[in-house]
Each structure stands twice: as C-alpha cells, then as structure tokens.
Design a binder for this molecule. Structure first.
Ligand SMILES: [Mg+2]
Length: 218
C-alpha cells in the first residue's frame, strides 16, 4: 500500500484519523443539541433546525473548529462540556501501534490538526500521544484551516519537508484535496473515522482500514 522507502515525513490528522471521531460526533450531534434545547426551552425535534444552519454557515472555515466562536454563538461553555466527556476519547484501532513503530523509525512524524490548542491539549491530557511526534501543529496557529492553501504555505515555512516524500493521512476528503493541490504526493483517507458508524466513501483516495496494514515500516 505504501512504499516506505519513498517517504521521510508522515503527517497525521488527529480527529477521525488517529482518534475515534465518535468523541466529536457524539459531542456535536447529541450533547450540544440536548444541552442547547434544554437551555433555550426548545424541543429535541426542532433544535437541529437552529443549530444545523449555524454549523453549515462556517463549514470548512477556522470558526467551525474554534471553541471560543461556538461558546459565544451558542452561549455555552464548549471546552467545559468537552471536559465532561473525556472518557470517550480513544485511539482508532492500532493507531498507537503505528505511532510507536514510526517513532522508532527514521521518519519525521508530524501532527497537523484543525482542532485549536485547547482541543489538542484536552485530548493530549487524556491520551499522552505527543511523545510520538516530532512536531504538533494546529491550523489555528497559522490562521488558516487545512482546507486552504495558506495552511500548507505556512506549514512549509515552519517545517522542513519535501511534499514529494511526504505521506499525509486525513479523514476529510476536502482536506486531502487541498494537500494534493499543494503537492503532497502520498495521500490516504480513513475508511471508518467514527468506529460506531459504518464505513464511509473516500472518493478518489485510497483508504486505510486498519493501521496494521501499514506495518512493518521499512
Ligand atoms: Mg479529521
């Protein structure tokens, strides 16, 4: 699937790639609507017609991923609510095993997430995966999400990497397309970002089903 001899940098997305997207799906599709409905005196049946368009309006922008934006927009403590459900944060199957093998190899291992620093720290406090990475980047540091070319241009100014010798793994097809436009040669999607839901279509991208399929690192 991957010829490791052709790769010297591996870029990982976090949510839905290394970590089970269920934490975030549960948070946005269940917990937030329930609490918002209770707070505003709305029925559970109508609350999504209020929240859904708010989410759609900023899809693919940095606001979509910003806790402060949603705390203001919804009048709720988003970070505090996430802290209430940290027990739901978990690796996708064999993700840690792959990270350990890569860490022991000569490859550079980089995290590139659209989650802001609060979200990144929340997850690293619960699962200490920073030890496996050479660098961790949040798109909020650059002011542009991975969907935009400006993210990749900023990343290249901070990180010495050759796009033609880089593997990027992400569960977002829009983000993968952005990385491809920038020139990243080796791209993999995720066939089951949320382990409680069925597998998803990954369009023109080859998808990884089990991270063990990428082993051994040679
Ligand atoms: Mg993701």
């Amino acid at each position: 699937m991957i010829s490791w001899k052709e790769i010297d940098t591996v870029l990982f997305d976090m949510d839905g790639t290394l970590l089970d997207l269920h934490f975030d799906s549960y948070f946005w599709k269940q917990l937030v609507p329930e609490r918002y409905a209770d707070k505003e005196g709305l029925s559970r049946a109508t609350v999504w017609s209020i929240i859904g368009p708010k989410l759609e309006e900023v899809a693919g922008t940095l606001e979509w991923y910003c806790f402060d934006y949603w705390s203001k927009e919804l009048g709720m403590n988003i970070l505090g609510m996430k802290k209430d459900i940290t027990h739901k944060i978990q690796f996708r199957p064999h993700a840690e095993q792959l990270l350990k093998h890569l860490h022991a190899s000569d490859k550079k291992i980089i995290l590139a997430t659209n989650t802001n620093r609060d979200g990144l720290n929340l997850k690293m406090d619960f699962i200490p995966f920073a030890q496996y990475f050479d660098e961790l980047y949040s798109s909020h540091d650059f002011g542009h999400p991975k969907e935009e070319q400006a993210f990749w241009q900023n990343l290249s100014q901070n990180l010495d990497f050759d796009p033609t010798r880089t593997l990027f793994i992400d569960d977002s097809l829009e983000v993968l397309r952005s990385a491809r436009t920038y020139g990243i040669k080796h791209l993999l999607a995720i066939s089951q970002p949320d382990m409680t839901l069925p597998k998803v279509e990954t369009g023109e991208f080859q998808a990884i089903d089990n991270f063990c399929d990428l082993l051994p690192i040679e």
